[in-house]
Design a protein around this ligand. Structure first.
Ligand code: SF4
Length: 200
């Protein structure tokens, strides 16, 4: 019989269940930090997430379709958020010369200033982690879990080494064929600007 991870009588005997519940708690802290910050600057959480994403990702990812996949929401949710961000002059739409309905999104100068005030909202979590022992082992497990969730279809978008066409194993060690160097476990990237998907 399969048990729920939330069934406390079974959870006590199963470390995987306890980790899932722990991850839920951490995502709750992330959500609360984001909401608290969102309230102080008069934006919604998804609007903040879009602005921060635009600041650090390639132009080709900065459109409604990709953002909807990235944040696992409907395109209409992104379009509504983009409308508000445009009204507040935080973004600029860059329309395609070939198709006037299609556009990419860039930060305006005002948007860049707002990102600078906003992007530290998750640092309280990082600050608690920074001086803990065992971070390398924790990161190895976490990156493998994310890879497994991606290959099983539960996580749609990610840009990490294990699913990148430049990733290789050489003499049992991680290797990046683009950077032409071995990667330590802690070098494995979670969100790599040079990531390219494996051919399907
Ligand atoms: S290009 Fe980036 S994601 Fe790909 S293997 Fe190299 S470091 Fe990893």
């Amino acid at each position: 019989m399969k048990h729920s991870v939330f069934d406390t009588s079974q959870q006590q005997m199963d470390v995987a269940s306890k980790i899932v519940v722990g991850l839920e708690r951490i995502s709750e802290v992330f959500r609360v930090l984001l909401w608290d910050h969102a309230k102080t600057i008069g934006l919604s959480p998804i609007q903040i997430q879009i602005l921060i994403f635009l600041a650090y990702h390639k132009y080709e990812f900065c459109n409604v379709s990709h953002l909807a996949k990235e944040f696992n929401v409907a395109k209409s949710t992104i379009s509504d958020a983009v409308k508000v961000l445009e009204r507040k002059q935080l973004i600029i739409k860059d329309f395609s010369p070939n198709d006037h309905r299609s556009y990419n999104i860039q930060l305006s100068e005002h948007g860049q200033e707002l990102v600078a005030q906003t992007e530290l909202f998750a640092n309280p979590i990082k600050n608690q982690l920074s001086d803990m022992e065992g971070l390398e082992d924790f990161y190895e497990l976490l990156s493998k879990l994310i890879y497994k969730l991606h290959t099983s279809g539960l996580l749609t978008v990610q840009r990490m080494c294990y699913s990148c066409k430049f990733y290789d194993k050489q003499e049992g060690a991680h290797y990046c064929k683009l950077l032409e160097k071995p990667l330590l476990t802690t070098d494995i990237r979670m969100d790599c600007p040079e990531f390219q998907s494996l051919p399907s």
